[in-house]
Design a protein around this ligand. Structure first.
Ligand code: PGA
Length: 232
């Protein structure tokens, strides 16, 4: 089971340091924990979590190693910092920053090639679900990815992100099972995962972990989600 904290544009270096010092003290044996702070907080997270089993990942990564790409960060830069992985294709990047299946594929491909662990996000919008297009959307988004030992997919229905509207365990299970028919990789669930719904979501057969946004910003709620993960 992998539980990843996606902090989005929250937690600068000072708040990250405080969180990581607290996280170090927790007993979280038997679950793989990843924190994904904003770029400016990666260094302090790597430093304070060194020597623990907790990994640090970025929220995005570019497909070139260097160049005239203002505002972007490359895989070698992340590796130099001691960062373990990166999220790619989060729906907020697709929605607000023009991310496409093609750019997500390029980011994932280069990051994996460089040796980073990758969490690639997929998921349908509310309209797409209502129109019965969920499987088509997932097929399109997943088809650009290639299976890799260092790749996991996060199924994050857009209508469940930050809305408090979690997918039912049945909806999550169905989508995860479908994603696995397309690509043989672990699949995390994301979208309003909270301490009080984590148990039943994580108990589903094809739910291999969670990508947690809002509820990962509070140490206590994040660690209680980590503790809800069935131990393998
Ligand atoms: P949420 O976000 O848990 O706040 O819904 C999940 C995500 O965007 O990864």
């Amino acid at each position: 089971m992998l539980i990843a904290a996606n902090w989005k544009m929250y937690n600068g270096p000072a708040a990250t340091a405080e969180f990581c010092l607290g996280l170090r003290e927790q007993e979280l044996d038997g679950v793989d924990v990843v924190v994904c702070p904003p770029f400016v907080s990666l260094a302090v997270a790597v430093q304070l979590l060194a020597g623990t089993e907790i990994a640090v990942a970025a929220q995005n990564v570019h497909w070139e190693d260097e160049g005239a790409f203002t505002g972007e960060i490359s895989a070698p830069m992340l590796l130099e910092l001691g960062v373990y992985g990166a999220i790619v294709g989060h729906s907020e990047r697709r929605q607000h920053f023009g991310e496409t299946d093609e750019s997500v594929a390029r980011r994932a491909h280069r990051a994996l090639e460089a040796g980073l662990f990758v969490i690639a996000c997929v998921g349908e919008t509310e309209q797409e679900r209502e129109r019965g297009e969920t499987e088509d959307v997932l097929r399109r988004q997943v088809s650009v990815l290639e299976a890799d030992d260092n790749l996991v997919v996060a199924y994050e229905p857009v209508w469940a992100i930050g809305t408090g509207k979690t997918a039912t365990p049945e909806i999550a299970q169905e989508a995860h099972a479908f994603v696995k028919t397309l690509l043989d990789v672990p699949v995390l669930y994301g979208g309003s995962v909270k301490p009080d719904n984590a148990d039943e979501l994580l108990a589903q057969q094809d739910v291999d972990g969670a990508l947690v946004g809002g509820a990962s910003l509070d140490l206590e709620s994040f660690t209680s989600i980590c503790r809800a993960a069935p131990r393998s």
